[in-house]
Design a protein around this ligand. Structure first.
Ligand code: SF4
Length: 370
């Protein structure tokens, strides 16, 4: 569990087991919500209230985000990694992966290909390789890309507060760091070696980035590693904590879910689309002001639905291999992805689907240069 929570996992599970329809109704009737409301709205009993939750979430979403959906693209700059995450094909022990770190020219080529699709927000992603992806290198990448994009986000190895200060100066303003699981024992099992095996250093990543000036702090657990309800309780507690400690920043939620594929990692606690729907609606109701993104791992139909009720942000035309937008095509090389993309639509098809929902595509919703 999130370590500052006063409750053990057994107590949280016991609470969940005793949530009644009246408790769900009472949470739905409130205007301001607390941690217990999140538990009520993600309980088994809440399933019977999906239509009411959908309506409440839709109104909350419209109040803070109107009829807009902001879009972004991830840019994988490298996939060498010294970690041993049991669920990831980029782990150091995995032999089958083609490893590559893009040069500055290749990164520029990739970025230009993304920019041509209209996208103005870029998420820089890399494996953890301290010899390659140093703060200096990431800062150099940031300085180059900030001339091309209004918004730069990072999803790379956790850094020190000082490191984040340098990266913020270089142009990055948002950060995503999945805790994977808030259960320290399960965490240790899934991350047996490498710097990522340090649960605490990862857990306080958003806090360090927030103190360094980052204005958006992305949090998540990996759906499938552990029973999802206690993870939701921890994620909510983590978010409430960050909202207090880093009040100038916005928390962003993501719900990355393992969708089992043949030959891939088989999650021990698979999460259904219905469960995912419930938790996204609940988080939108309890945290109406927070950002929420929907993963490219999800099917187009679910993504197009959930951006109307809960999520305010989605990727479009994602490639999750270094060089996937332009470099590999130039080289006639195959694309080897980190995880299976379920939504493989081209960016224009995603924009068209958003518009068909009566929503507006937002390419740029922030620019610190103004
Ligand atoms: S999940 Fe990230 S840190 Fe872990 S092996 Fe994959 S790329 Fe490396």
């Amino acid at each position: 569990m999130f370590p500052l929570l006063k409750f053990s996992e057994a107590q949280v599970l016991d609470y969940y087991a005793h949530v009644t329809p009246e408790m769900v109704r009472a949470s739905l009737a409130k205007d301001r919500h607390d941690w217990f409301d999140l538990l009520n709205l993600t309980s088994e009993a809440a399933n019977a209230f999906k239509p009411e939750m959908r309506e409440k979430a839709r109104k909350a979403r419209i109040r803070y985000y109107g009829k807009t959906v902001s879009v972004y693209a991830p840019l994988y700059i490298g996939n060498t990694c010294i970690n041993s995450c049991r669920y990831c094909d980029f782990r150091v022990q995995h032999q089958g992966t083609v490893r590559r770190n893009l040069s500055m020219d290749e990164i520029r080529l990739e970025a230009e290909a993304v920019r041509r699709t209209g996208i103005d927000s870029l998420l820089i992603v890399a494996g953890e390789d301290p010899k390659v992806n140093t703060v200096e290198h990431l800062a150099e990448v940031g300085r180059m890309l900030k001339k091309m994009f209004s918004n730069l986000s990072l999803e790379v190895a956790p850094q020190t507060e000082e490191g984040y200060r340098e990266l913020f100066k270089a142009g990055y303003e948002a950060l995503t760091c999945f805790q994977e699981t808030y259960d320290p024992i399960r965490y240790k099992y899934f991350h047996p070696a490498g710097p990522k095996s340090n649960y605490d250093f990862r857990l306080w990543t958003q806090l360090r980035a927030g103190k360094a000036g980052f204005r958006q702090l992305g949090c998540a657990f990996l759906l499938g590693l552990n029973p999802w309800r206690p993870e939701c309780a921890s994620l909510a507690a983590h978010a409430f904590y960050l909202m207090k400690e880093c009040y100038e920043a916005k928390v962003q939620f993501a719900f990355p879910r393992f969708c089992p594929v043949e030959g891939g990692f088989q999650p021990e606690y698979p999460v259904s689309e219905d469960d995912l729907d419930l938790m996204m609606l609940a988080f939108r109701i309890v945290f109406p002001q927070c950002c929420m993104t929907v993963s490219t791992r999800e099917a187009p139909k679910f993504r197009d639905y959930i951006v109307q009720y809960a999520a305010d942000n989605m990727s479009a035309g994602s490639k999750v291999t270094p060089g996937g937008y332009a470099v590999l095509e130039q080289e006639h090389a195959p694309d080897v992805a980190q995880f299976t993309l379920t939504d493989s639509r081209a960016p224009q098809a995603v924009y068209d689907a958003i518009k068909a929902n009566g929503q507006e595509v937002v390419f740029k919703n922030w620019d610190n240069r103004i």
